[in-house]
Design a binder for this molecule. Structure first.
Ligand code: ATP
Ligand code: ZN
Length: 295
């Protein structure tokens, strides 16, 4: 019988959310003692727990058929293998977590204001391939100094004039008196697959997993909204609901002028939305999470 191997990060920034997403998609695993290989009990998909940097290579070599990894790592490793990372190794679906940005940064007082100022300079980074692509696309030639950690101290150590590094809040940059100059890559975690074609059964299994993951992602953003509303304000109130289609309208026993209105909102519902609904005459407004969706 067909079984697929899915690689996720063993521990780190992507580990928890990767596993939570798979569990919400209905996958359950029997955890092994060594914690590196978990047997899939509900679907024939087994889990391999590895370092995130190894995931692209496991997929490109066909050792694993599926993997969850950051776009930054996927693109860097694909370029390393001589692939066009944007077309040759694109995610099946973006997963909306592990968001970060790969940024070009330079010392606060530096004359480097953009890519054009990098000619002949030294750039420290753990992402030589993405940095090279960035420079090539701008026709700039600079030296790349590869460091696997502590990239942000390279300028003050005199090892480089600028850096290309992952940034989430910018605190590390500020602490090292560095300022962002340009954005090199915006990244999030994605579901990736091996590039080679698989058996029809394996492809069907991948489709099933993808449909479920998309369902979970949609459900995350979807809310079920209930309220009481004046009968003569229905059109106005419906228009205030974010991403809602035709609502369900129910009569309220004993109150001829007001109705109960239920709607599925496919976009985020903020407090501002509720305040506007209330101002338009709605009351008893409830926003409920949606656990699963199958369109
Ligand atoms: P491993 O031991 O698996 O090699 P790691 O130390 O390389 O782990 P983590 O720090 O856990 O990796 O980050 C994994 C991925 O999480 C990154 O490659 C990136 O895609 C994403 N990420 C999200 N936010 C951040 C952030 N603020 N800084 C760095 N990476 C982030
Ligand atoms: Zn790593």
């Amino acid at each position: 019988m067909t079984r697929l191997k899915l690689a996720i990060q063993k521990s780190g920034r992507l580990a928890e959310e990767s596993l939570a997403l798979l569990e919400r998609s209905g996958l359950k695993f029997a955890k092994s003692k060594d914690k590196l290989f978990w047997f899939g009990e509900t679907l024939p998909i087994d889990l391999m727990l590895v370092r995130d940097d190894d995931i692209p290579r496991l997929l490109l070599a066909g050792v694993c058929q599926l993997g969850i990894v950051g776009g930054n790592v996927a693109e860097e490793k694909a370029l390393e293998q001589g692939l066009d990372a944007r077309t040759g190794f694109a995610p099946l679906v973006g997963l909306g977590f592990g968001r970060c940005r790969l940024m070009l940064a330079a010392p606060e007082q530096s004359a480097i204001q953009g890519a054009q100022d990098l000619t002949g300079q030294r750039l420290a980074t753990s992402y030589p391939q993405l940095t090279r692509r960035y420079l090539n696309e701008r026709g700039v030639s600079a030296d790349i100094v590869v460091l696997n950690g502590a990239v942000e101290i390279a300028p003050s150590m005199g090892a480089a004039e600028a850096i290309v590094d992952l940034v989430s809040t910018g605190t590390t940059l500020r602490a090292n008196h560095l300022a962002v100059v340009d954005e090199v890559l915006v990244s999030e975690a994605g579901l990736y697959r091996c590039p080679n074609a698989l058996s029809p059964e394996a492809e069907a299994l991948i489709d099933t997993l993808m449909t479920r993951i998309e369902g979970v992602r949609q459900a995350n953003e979807t809310k079920y909204v209930m309220m009481h509303a004046p009968k003569n304000k229905l059109t106005e109130i419906t228009a205030l609901l974010p991403g809602a289609e035709a609502p369900t309208v129910l009569t309220l026993e004993g109150s001829p002028d007001r109705v109960a209105l239920h709607a599925v909102c496919t976009e985020q519902v903020f407090w501002e939305h509720l305040e506007r609904l209330k101002a338009a005459g709605a009351s008893a407004i409830l926003v409920l999470p949606v656990e699963k969706m199958l369109a």
